[in-house]
Each structure stands twice: as structure tokens, then as C-alpha cells.
Ligand binder design. Structure first.
Ligand SMILES: [Zn+2]
Length: 343
């Protein structure tokens, strides 16, 4: 067992563990999204609640503290975590009183009722005689009133209490909060290290997937539904793109699926366009490595002017994809333009 949750966190885990006997009131750990920084800080919090941690800080997993922490019933830790981050981690989240029952989006920010709910916690003494912990994430997405409330607690720190804050982007943390904390940077893994780990997880086309998400290994598993096409929609688009100049207008008109997020389609076509431009320049396709042959055949006899005209129209769609356009009509036009450009 080790305190580090992921292989690239060994140093950071050591750094945190070295602080356990002289904890500051506020500790802000920041690093790019997708490298598991919250997971490590969470593990560190649990380690602080463990009665018999290993010499490297790993929680024993057996003691009362560990059992309660795992069940989210430990009285000495509170979570100030946004709903969007709490939900996938099974961290309890209580919606504000005024939340509408049929809201479609999760709260991505920390809301005012969350730091307010700490009031009682911060005035009583630790139940188990040890340290009390407030875990805050994302510290870079806190609504103004909530930040003011949190700041008050940070400015008048109760005894034996540590605020563990985690942020994806340090620049977006309020300077007043930042200045109350000791800062610790979480370094992302090297591309090779990230790739080795992603491959170990059994991810197909690991290198391509990792590149798509900027080399942040956990981001490979985070798919934004807004940017993801259903497999049947993607397969349909791909079949038309593969046909290239052989696709008749009537293959396209009336056959584009009815319902899909336009931003996801725009991203999909952008990737095709990037690869097409790459193949045209003699490179390997990066996003669609299996499509090298269909792309080569499609590009046969195409003029650069026509090709780049189409690539520009993909860019236009991408830029406009946030607006409420009829996705089906937009993509139909884009596919018709594609076939025209290749002919
Ligand atoms: Zn334990």
C-alpha cells in the first residue's frame, strides 16, 4: 500500500505526508484537471483520520477511522465539493433548498449553502481527538457568496482544523483564498508515464486517446456527453465520409440522424478535417488511424483550394456550434459540401 493513488504521484504524496505533523490551516493543491489530484488529497485526508497509517502515510483501511471515512460517516471530515465532482465519486451532496427538482444540469460550482453548513462543525471540538478536515473542490469554482463565507473560516481558523483545497486552475482561485493557504503544485505525468498507465487500463488506441485529451491520463475516462456522439450516429457519419466522392446526394439528404449534439458533431468533423489535411500533406491520420486508405482514395485528384474550402466550412460549423442551429440541417450541408469538394 502507498499513499499515492496513481504512479505519477509518489513525490507529491511524500510531500503531503511530510506535512502531517505540522499542518497549515489551509493547504491548496493545484494541478491540471485529469491527473487525479483530488483523489490524492482525499487519500491524504483519510490518512489523517486513520489511527494506524503506514510509515509512508497510507491509511490502514481497518481501523475505526478508516471504516468511518470510507462510509462517509466520519464526524471529523466535511466535504465542500461541487455536485458535478461529488456525484461521480459517490461523495454525499445536499442540493440547496431552492433547487428545482427537474433541473437538467448539475451544479458545477460550490454554492453558498455548502460553506454555511460548516458553521456547527467548526465550533465543536474534534470527535476523535485528532484533526478536523474540510475538503474543498474545485477551489477555482466557488460562487462569490460561498467564497466569502469560506474565506471567513479560513481567516479565523478553529483549532486543530485543516482546510484541504484542490484546484484545477490556480489562476481562477480568488487571491484572498490563495493567500491564506500554503500552495502545493501537482505535476502532471510525462506523456510516456501517462501512456503506460492508460495502456495498462486496457484502453484501445491509447496513444491517440491520450493525445486527444492533452496527455492528462484520467481525462481519457471523462467523456463530456455534450462532446460525445452516440456510436450509431458516429458510424453513420463515418460511412458517408468513407464513401467520399462516391456518396450521392440522396445518400446524404434525409439520412442524417435526427438527434445529436451539434458541438459533438462539429468536433468529430474537425478531427476528420485535421486528419484529411494531414494525409494530404503525406502524414499519418492521428484521430482516425484506420482510415488512411479511404482518406487517400478520397483525396485522389482533389485540388488544395477545394479541400481547404471544405476544411474552413468545418471550422465555421465548429465556431457556430454553440448556437441553436438545426444540427441535422447543418451537418447535411457539411456532408454535401464534402462530396462536392472531393469531386
Ligand atoms: Zn486506519
Amino acid at each position: 500500500m502507498a499513499l499515492a493513488v496513481y504512479p505519477w504521484q509518489v513525490e507529491l504524496a511524500r510531500e503531503l505526508h511530510a506535512m502531517r505533523d505540522r499542518l497549515p490551516n489551509g493547504l491548496l493543491v493545484y494541478g491540471p484537471r485529469g491527473i487525479g489530484t483530488f483523489e490524492l488529497v482525499h487519500a491524504f485526508a483519510k490518512s489523517l483520520l486513520c489511527e494506524h497509517p503506514d510509515s509512508d502515510g497510507a491509511p490502514c483501511g481497518q481501523c475505526k477511522g478508516c471504516v468511518m471515512a470510507r462510509a462517509y460517516t466520519h464526524p471529523d471530515i466535511r466535504y465542500v465539493v461541487s455536485e458535478a465532482e461529488a456525484l461521480p465519486r459517490q461523495i454525499p451532496f445536499e442540493a440547496p433548498d431552492n433547487a428545482s427538482a427537474d433541473r437538467k444540469n448539475l451544479y458545477r460550482e460550490i454554492l453558498i449553502h455548502q460553506p454555511r453548513a460548516l458553521a456547527d462543525f467548526l465550533t465543536i471540538k474534534s470527535h476523535q481527538g485528532g484533526v478536523r478536515i474540510v475538503l474543498v473542490y474545485p477551489a477555482d469554482k466557488i460562487r462569490a457568496e460561498a467564497a466569502a463565507s469560506l474565506l471567513k473560516s479560513l481567516e479565523e481558523p478553529p483549532e486543530q482544523t485543516v482546510f484541504l483545497l484542490v484546484a484545477d486552475e490556480l489562476d481562477h482561485v480568488l487571491p484572498t483564498i490563495r493567500s491564506r493557504c500554503r500552495l502545493v503544485r501537482a505535476t502532471p505525468p510525462s506523456f510516456e508515464q501517462a501512456l503506460a498507465w492508460v495502456e495498462q487500463q486496457g484502453v484501445e488506441r491509447a496513444e491517440v486517446r491520450l493525445q486527444e485529451v492533452g496527455g492528462m491520463p484520467l481525462a481519457v475516462f471523462e467523456s463530456d456527453p455534450h462532446l460525445t456522439l452516440a456510436p450509431d450516429v458516429e458510424a453513420h457519419f463515418l460511412s458517408v465520409l468513407r464513401m467520399g466522392k462516391a456518396a450521392d446526394n440522396d445518400v446524404i439528404i434525409g439520412n442524417v440522424p435526427r438527434d445529436f449534439p451539434l458541438p459533438a458533431a462539429a468536433l468529430f468533423f474537425s478531427r476528420w478535417a485535421w486528419d484529411l489535411a494531414g494525409v494530404y500533406a503525406g502524414m499519418q491520420p492521428r484521430y482516425f488511424p484506420e482510415e488512411l486508405e479511404p482518406m487517400r482514395q478520397s483525396l485522389d485528384g482533389v485540388t488544395p483550394a477545394k479541400l481547404y474550402q471544405w476544411i474552413n466550412s468545418v471550422r465555421d460549423v465548429r465556431q457556430a456550434s454553440g448556437h441553436t442551429l438545426n444540427a441535422r440541417v447543418v451537418i447535411e450541408q457539411l456532408l454535401l459540401a464534402y462530396v462536392r469538394a472531393l469531386k
